[in-house]
Design a protein around this ligand. Structure first.
Ligand SMILES: Nc1ncnc2c1ncn2[C@@H]1O[C@H](COP(=O)(O)OP(=O)(O)OP(=O)(O)O)[C@@H](O)[C@H]1O
Ligand SMILES: [Mg+2]
Length: 1107
């Protein structure tokens, strides 16, 4: 109960009653008084159940501070004094925790504070939802979209200095945690007529004034604008300044907001260029000009402005000028161009300005949406905030007011549907006892406007589309016919006689009894505004602009995409978008803020009872309280109710088996909730008082806390137990390991101790044994040594004795021998002395000789004559014998060797011997010839047929047949010749033909000369005066010089019995015919390799170079 008291704070210190449901007595006066009382005490918010009534304080109150936000955060709705924050918190938490999409419907007439309320809701949600860099950026962008849209879509009206001239519905999207993801803004019909004309006391849209006041000179110059408001026809002058509003500061705010929302610099620039162009369009003026054919034509008065517009927008001036002067109508491939008169030209200009501005506004909304749209595709929860233009009654109400008020009718309708009608119908449906409460249902007014056949909008559309002349008057006529009998329609011309004499109602007007009061509409302009026509020439001119934004705003101006179909009318478009909005709102959980305006003067502290009373009436607030009081504050289907509160009762917790309703009954009985506090419907439980619900919620919260504690307790217990068990298990493992370790250590210690003790004992025993053994060994050794000494002594004694004995025996023998020798010498002295010495000497010599020969017999070398081995001489006295023996042996073995020869071999050896005698150690060529066998007939003449003639000519035996080089006497060059030696002759023959060139008998050969060197040159000297000597001596060269010379020598000796003179000298004379030429051999020239060369030096000298 203590808790309940804390929560009663709504009732604590209450000024009047915070919740009208508690008002007693309930009537209009008490209702207004309660509001007034609270208003006077700065309590601007009051509840009707969950609906918030907000009275505009027209001054800033200190109730929106961050502290207040914190105060209302996560608190129950009725816990604190009524506040818009409480409603916002409730909606946000319901969205976040119960996953219900929300919408916040803010209604009230113009200036009642809807826009402010919507901003408060948004800022509260932004303050309480998630945080973080990304989330904050999303929040900031969502919040900063407001100043941008307000600058372009709000204007000062007589009712409100910041009146929204467009409808706005914003969906803020959240993720499952309740963090904002982004948003989507929908805008509804901007009151664009304001661009070109404003009622007295009102202003155009804020942005125009903001640019002119806030932009720098430079920027203005770029936009070709001047700061002076009065320069622009479109700006109403009488209220250009609004009290308390700093347009210049607001301009900076807007630019900053555009930047935060994500507008690029060039985009911002383009937007302001369009705004400037609109403003300047108003300054284009036309003057009439009559044409010859009588048609009226208009002409632009001053083209300067037009030129500047064209420069700003990049449109060809002539194109725009023509678009203001002509109108082309295209129908069935026909183009008809008509001139525009002054009025039409002005109409075209204004239409263009309005269209430019309204399209720019829609583009801004699309662009903002692009920036703030959620970047993820996860499921989103949505909170919609609806801030639409409020119900308004002006002096002159036109199409726009009609549309605005229709929209408000629809909102009232949805309020009635969802709170009054739906609620009462639900009680009946659920079978709850109920007495019906009367209230005014404005469905009939909605029907008057939107009925598809007989509704005013349908009439207007029909009239606009009808062929023939259509004017506002024909439209009114039609209305008068169709709607005359409607309760809420009033017109002077209608068939209903009621208003025939009502002078307050002009003929050109009709009046509608709206839920919020009667409004008289001027029919003038309805048709035009509904048609919303822009001449095609103008849209095409705009499309031709090089300004990309303007081009994009007029896609229909593209000639390639020409569409002859009429675009939907403004009325039908609006109707359709309102219908979509209503459908959207119905899918969400509604939260209402009903704004009330305390006075018409926009002043603080003034509470106009009559004005408030009027609003209370048309808003149906009293009925609202009545339904609320008679009804139940809260209802919920049994299943979710049981699911939510089942933990409060033992029977239903944790599971209830049975129907949900029975479960809820058990639950409520258990909780002892008084019976008058609830009712059981067919499918829902109805709870009368919010406090009962709060009590349930508190109990639930408490129980949840208990359950959480229980879960925590069990979890902690489980955790501790698990931990304990784990620790215990671990401890056992550790202990077992430790014990094992300790026992191991102990065992090892005992073991090592035992080993030490054992080793000591063993050591001691061993030492003892060792000692004994050593003693024993020493005893043994001592005995042995003693024995050895003893034996030694014995042996030495014996040895001494034996030596003594041997010496004696030897001495006896020596003495005996000496004595015997003495005896013999004495006896044989006379025979011995005469020849014993010589005999002994000879005998010894003989013995040695004998020994020498016997040894020599065994040491004889081989029988090869060339074996140089010979045993060494053993005795010096045998030196000559030894040499002689060697010579004899050599001769003997040579003989032996020779004896083996055949006759042929003998001849060869004789020749070789001859050669050796002749040349050995005389000619350097000789040693090389020793190994060569002497063949003689190298050239086999008999076998070669070429030499047959030669063979025939020589009939003797041929000793030598060989090719030699004959040296030419003239130049020393060689010519090949065959050299033949027979028994009697030496022949030289041509090598090729075999013809004998010279034949010399051996007797004519006197001498053969040659060098001592290693060459084959030789000269054959002939006997002077002989037949052959005529040609001179032969100088020849041969490879077998030694053999040839030897054979020549031997043959000459055997034939002539004279020794041939062989001269070996390095310089000899040769007789050439008459001359003697000296042949000189020089050694060492390597010019021609190893071949000796011969060169004639001069007449007397022939030089042979021998390598
Ligand atoms: N809670 C508030 N505290 C202080 N001043 C307020 C409050 N609500 C509204 N106002 C004042 O009232 C003026 C009008 O409020 P607001 O623009 O919200 O009206 P509205 O209902 O949106 O009107 P319209 O339908 O014309 O747009 C605001 O400019 C502000 O000066
Ligand atoms: Mg507003």
């Amino acid at each position: 109960m203590a808790k309940m008291e804390v929560k009663m704070s709504l009732l604590d210190d209450m000024i009047g009653v915070g919740d009208m449901v508690l008002l007693e007595p309930l009537n209009e006066d008490s209702f207004i008084n309660n509001l007034k009382k609270r208003f006077d005490h700065n309590e601007v918010y009051t509840y009707i159940g969950s609906v918030v009534i907000s009275i505009n304080p027209y001054r800033s109150l200190p109730i929106y501070t961050p502290e207040k936000v914190e105060e209302y955060r996560n608190r129950n709705f009725y816990e604190l004094s009524p506040h818009i924050f409480a409603l916002s918190d409730e909606a946000y938490r319901s969205l976040r925790d119960q996953d219900k999409d929300q919408c916040i419907l803010i209604t009230g007439e113009s200036g009642a504070g809807k826009t402010e309320a919507s901003k408060l809701v948004m800022s509260y949600v932004a303050a309480v939802c998630g945080k973080g860099a990304e989330v904050n950026q999303v929040k900031e962008q969502l919040l900063q979209s407001n100043p941008v849209l307000e600058a372009f879509g709000n204007a000062k009206t007589v009712r409100n200095d910041n009146s929204s001239r467009f409808g706005k519905y914003m969906d803020i999207e959240f993720d499952f945690k309740g963090d904002p993801l982004g948003g989507v803004i929908s805008n509804y019909l901007l009151e664009k007529s304001r661009v070109v004309k404003q009622p007295r006391g009102e202003r155009n849209f804020h942005i125009f004034y903001q640019i002119l006041s806030g932009a720098s000179e430079d920027f203005l110059c770029k936009l070709k604008l001047e700061r002076d408001f009065s320069r622009y026809n479109y700006l109403g002058l009488d209220s250009a300044k609004v009290n308390g509003v700093d347009d210049a500061a607001n301009f900076r705010t807007v630019r900053n907001a555009m930047q935060i929302v994500g507008f690029m610099d060039h985009e911002t620039q383009s937007v302001f260029e369009v705004v400037a162009a609109v403003l300047k369009l108003g300054n284009i003026e036309f003057k009439p000009e009559s044409r010859v054919n009588g048609l009226d034509e208009s002409k632009i008065k001053d083209k300067n402005e037009l030129k500047e517009i064209c420069e700003l927008t990049g449109i060809d001036q002539s194109v725009l000028e023509r678009a203001f002067s002509f109108r082309t109508v295209e129908a069935k491939q026909e183009k008809v161009s008509t001139t525009l008169n002054v009025a039409q030209a002005y109409y075209a200009r204004d239409a263009l300005a309005k269209n430019l501005y309204s399209r720019l506004f829609s583009w801004l909304v699309t662009r903002i949406n692009e920036s703030i749209k959620a970047q993820t595709k996860v499921r989103k929860k949505v909170m919609g905030v609806l801030d639409i233009y409020g119900f308004e009654i002006f002096e002159d109400n036109s199409f726009e007011q009609f549309i605005i008020n229709y929209c408000n009718e629809k909102l009232q309708q949805i309020f009635i549907e969802l709170t009054l009608k739906e609620e009462q119908e639900e009680y009946i449906r659920e079978g709850i006892e109920w007495t019906h409460i009367e209230y005014f249902n404005n469905a009939i007014i909605c029907d008057l406007i939107e009925n598809n056949q007989t509704g005013i909008l349908a009439m207007l559309d029909e009239e606009c589309l009808r062929p023939g002349t259509v004017t506002d008057d024909t439209f009114l006529e039609k209305l008068n016919q169709v709607c005359a009998t409607h309760q809420h329609f009033e017109s002077r011309m209608s068939k209903c006689s009621r208003f025939l004499n009502d002078t307050s109602l002009p003929h050109s007007c009709f009046r509608i009894q709206h839920y919020a009061g009667k409004v008289m509409y001027q029919v003038e302009g309805f048709v035009d505004k509904n048609n919303d026509l822009l001449y095609r020439d103008l849209s095409q001119a705009m499309w031709k602009a090089s300004h990309s934004l303007i081009k994009a705003l007029f896609p229909e101006g593209n000639p390639a995409k020409i569409n002859l179909k009429r675009p939907p009318t403004a009325g039908s478009q609006f109707k359709a978008s309102v219908a979509t909005l209503m459908k959207n709102l119905q899918t969400k959980n509604p939260n209402y803020i009903r704004c009330i305006k305390p006075n018409d003067k926009k002043a603080a502290h003034i509470f106009n009872d009559a004005l408030v009373c009027h609003q209370i009436r048309y808003l149906g607030l009293l009925e609202n309280v009545r339904v609320r009081r008679a009804g139940y504050a809260f209802r919920q289907a049994y299943e979710p109710c049981l699911e939510r509160y089942k933990m409060l009762c033992k029977q239903t917790w944790p599971h209830w088996r049975g129907p949900a309703r029975a479960g809820v009954e058990v639950l409520f009985n258990e909780l002892e909730i008084p019976e008058e506090e609830f009712s059981f419907g067919r499918s829902k439980i109805f709870i009368r008082n919010p406090r009962t619900l709060f009590k349930l919620e508190d109990l639930r919260k408490q129980r949840l806390e208990d359950l959480a504690t229980l879960i925590e307790k069990i979890y902690r217990g489980w955790k501790c137990r698990t931990r304990f068990l784990l620790m215990k298990k671990s401890q056992i493992v550790i202990a077992s390991w430790y014990r094992r370790y300790a026992q191991q250590k102990k065992y090892q210690k005992i073991k090592s101790s035992a080993i030490i003790v054992q080793s000591y004992i063993r050591g001691w025993k061993a030492r003892k044994l060792l000692r004994e053994l050593k003693h024993q060994k020493r005893c043994n050794e001592a005995a042995t040594i003693i024995a050895a000494y003893w034996h030694g002594t014995q042996a030495r004694r014996e040895l001494k004795r034996l030596k003594e004995e041997a010496r004696r025996k030897h001495a006896v023998a020596v003495i005996w021998a000496y004595w015997l020798g003495l005896k013999v010498r004495r006896e044989y002295r006379k025979f011995f002395r005469a020849n014993a010495g010589r005999k002994i000497y000879e005998f010894t010599l003989q013995r040695l000789m004998q020994k020498y020969f016997l040894e020599m017999k065994n040491k004889m070398p081989s029988l090869s004559p060339i074996d140089k081995n010979w045993p060494a001489r053993p005795y010096l006295f045998l030196d000559s014998t030894h040499k002689e023996l060697k010579r004899i042996f050599h001769l003997w073995r040579c003989k032996k060797y020779r004896d083996q020869f055949t006759d042929q071999q003998k001849l060869i050896y004789e020749e070789k011997l001859e050669a050796s005698e002749l040349f050995k150690d005389k000619k350097a060529l000789y040693p090389a010839s020793v190994g060569q066998p002497f063949q003689g007939a190298y050239l086999e003449i008999s076998k070669n047929p070429k030499y047959k003639k030669l063979k025939d000519a020589v009939d003797e035996k041929i000793i030598i047949a060989e090719v030699v080089n004959k040296i030419n006497r003239a130049n020393g060059k060689a010519t090949s010749r065959i050299f033949l030696l027979t028994k009697n002759n030496v022949l030289l023959a041509d090598q090729k033909s075999g013809n004998i060139k010279s034949e010399v008998p051996l007797g004519d050969v006197t001498k053969v000369s040659m060098s001592s060197q290693n060459d084959g040159f030789f000269a054959v000297h002939l006997k002077e005066g002989s037949e052959a000597a005529g040609k001179g001596d032969f100088l020849l060269s041969s490879d077998h010089l030694i053999e040839m010379a030897t054979k020549l020598y031997r043959t000459t000796l055997s034939q002539t019995k004279q020794k041939l003179n062989i001269e070996i000298s390095d310089e000899f004379l040769v007789q050439f015919r008459q001359d003697k030429v000296c042949v000189k051999f020089i050694q060492g020239s390597q010019k021609n390799g190893n071949i000796p060369t011969c060169k004639r030096k001069n007449n007397r000298l022939l030089e042979v170079a021998v390598p």
